[in-house]
Design a binder for this molecule. Structure first.
Ligand SMILES: [Zn+2]
Length: 80
């Protein structure tokens, strides 16, 4: 009986391990941000539907946060 419990505990631990890997993968994709390529756009956005982004008359591209900051964009106050 004890062995069965140990096996279940190990199984649950293993499953949560897999889930935390999934969560990491999700975080990595969530670090992509939306940037308006218009002349006056200075912000990067977390939300594609953001009001600030809807004012964009140019192309909207996705970048990683690192890349967006490298290009001089700062966090949007509306969606962050
Ligand atoms: Zn925004």
């Amino acid at each position: 009986m004890k062995r069965t419990i140990v096996a279940i505990v190990l199984l649950v631990a293993g499953m949560s391990g897999i889930m935390s890997v999934d969560a990491k993968y999700y975080d990595a994709s969530a670090s992509e941000v939306y940037v308006c390529t218009g002349k006056y756009a200075k912000k990067y956005h977390n939300d594609y539907e953001c009001k600030g982004l809807q004012k964009c008359s140019a192309e909207i591209i996705t970048l990683t946060v690192e890349e967006a900051e490298k290009r001089g964009y700062t966090k949007c106050k509306i969606c962050y």
